[in-house]
Write a protein that binds this ligand. Structure first.
Ligand code: GUN
Ligand code: ZN
Length: 430
């Protein structure tokens, strides 16, 4: 049935400055789960006035957060104390991911994982499943039942890893294609070709990734790039003839507008130029970068005007330490301060909604509150905790209110989450 949400609407156009904010707003959702109308409460068209309503007072109604990089089989292994990325992967991550070969385990985990996204206000995500076909299958199935726009793929990894999490180039080709054929374009689901990174994929497997991208229309690609010093050393050992890390992926034609590279911390000017020329996307994962001691990704350096690299933002759970995109934006602010930049809250909220939708190629359906788009929505309470409430007494602008939210907010500030017009999470009030 058509219903109406009342609250403070905030949504972005192509650029952060280009936002729509209506403090006394109304959003009409049709019975097909799509947005019918948005505007000032007082201008609500007569036809919609008899519809049922949810009045969220001065809470913010935003397009649902989009997490551009997260690992499903790491859903419970946050806070594992590795010495660095490679040590963390070997000691904690691969043993945990090995469990996802068990279908029952993967199916139960998928429900918990998606529940967590919803309770943190995240409505879409670009997700690494494990190397096992059944794990991607389980996640697609759970996301379909929730009517989500979700992108995932089975991880490809054929060397330098235990047998329990290893495939082969041939197996990766067959299983990735089977998953694509089963799920890509079904309801709101998309497939991503997912070579873990050039450390754990052989050249033969990177070639398979290329072949898949050539043969599977509209598939995306996700991998990792230039995260830690130990990883860079291993890349130099494995690929001595390539100019740098980006050149390895480039040699297999894996750069492009459908490719998302997590981290991108230690990139040279040459690498940024190639990423920029090819419209590739780098996904900033600030809580992970701090937790694993990987380094400070410099958003201003990547965005330099003469060779701007497209950016997105993700939690990278379980290397990341929070499912919350609010906390992730707060961490991005702190990492950028250490890198000598000072992004605004409006820039960062724009990144987590509109820009991430662009990165996942989902702008036709989500990322902003516009008629025709799916009603994937997060309702945020700027006064959710006592500390937030007292801080907001000092807020004098939208920027100020958002800034306090991203520095002090987390899942406690998520009042409700909607996917395709249906309420999928509501925070119990005290
Ligand atoms: N590089 C390769 N695999 C991973 C992973 O699971 N997490 C992070 N943070 N980096 C990676
Ligand atoms: Zn990752």
């Amino acid at each position: 049935m058509t219903h109406v949400l009342f609250g403070a609407l905030l949504t972005f156009g192509a650029e952060p400055e280009d936002f729509f904010h209506e403090a006394q707003g109304a959003l009409v959702i049709g019975d097909d789960g799509r947005i019918l109308w948005r505007g000032a409460r007082q201008d609500l068209p007569e036809d919609y006035r008899p519809s049922p309503t949810d009045d969220f007072g001065d809470c913010l109604i935003l397009p649902g957060f989009i997490d551009a990089h997260i690992h499903f089989p790491q859903y419970r292994m946050l806070a594992a104390p590795g010495k660095d990325l490679l040590d963390w992967l070997t000691r904690f991550t691969f043993p945990e991911e090995a469990r996802y070969g068990d279908e029952a385990y993967a199916r139960a985990a998928a429900e918990k994982f998606l529940d967590r996204l919803f309770s943190h206000g995240t409505t879409s995500a670009m997700v690494f499943s494990s190397v096992h076909q059944v794990s991607a299958d389980a996640l697609f199935d759970a996301a379909q039942r929730r009517h989500m726009a979700l992108v995932t793929g089975k991880t490809m990894m054929d060397r330098d890893v235990p047998a329990s999490v290893r495939d082969s180039p041939e197996q990766a080709a067959v299983e990735s294609e089977a998953l694509y054929r089963k799920w890509h374009g079904r309801d709101r689901l998309r497939y991503a070709v997912t070579p873990r990174f050039a450390v754990t994929s052989s050249e033969a497997q990177l070639q398979v990734a290329h072949d898949l991208m050539q043969s599977l229309p509209d598939a995306l690609l996700q991998t990792h790039l230039s995260e830690s010093q130990g990883e860079l050393e291993r890349i130099r050992e494995l690929y001595p003839d390539d100019a740098d890390y980006t050149a390895v992926y480039d040699r297999f034609w894996l750069l492009g507008e459908r490719s998302l590279f997590a981290h991108g911390i230690h990139l040279s000017d040459r690498e940024c130029r190639r990423l920029s020329q090819t419209d590739s996307i780098v996904v900033h994962c600030p809580t992970s970068n701090m937790f694993l001691g990987s380094g400070l990704m410099d958003m201003a350096y990547l965005s330099m005007e003469r060779r701007p690299v497209r950016l997105a933002i993700g939690t990278d759970v379980g290397g990341g330490t929070s499912y919350s995109m609010l906390a992730t934006l707060g961490a991005a602010y702190k990492v950028q301060m250490l890198a000598g930049n000072r992004p605004t809250a409006l820039q960062l909220f724009h990144l987590a909604t509109r820009r991430n939708a662009e990165a996942l190629r989902l702008t036709d359906e989500v990322g902003s509150l516009e008629p025709g788009k799916w009603a994937d929505i997060v309702v945020i309470d700027p006064h959710a905790t006592e500390i937030l409430a007292s801080r907001q007494e000092l807020s004098r602008s939208l920027e100020d209110m958002l800034f306090a939210l991203m520095i002090l907010g987390d899942d406690r500030a998520i009042r409700a989450t909607y996917v395709a017009g249906r309420k999928v999470h509501e925070r119990r009030m005290k």
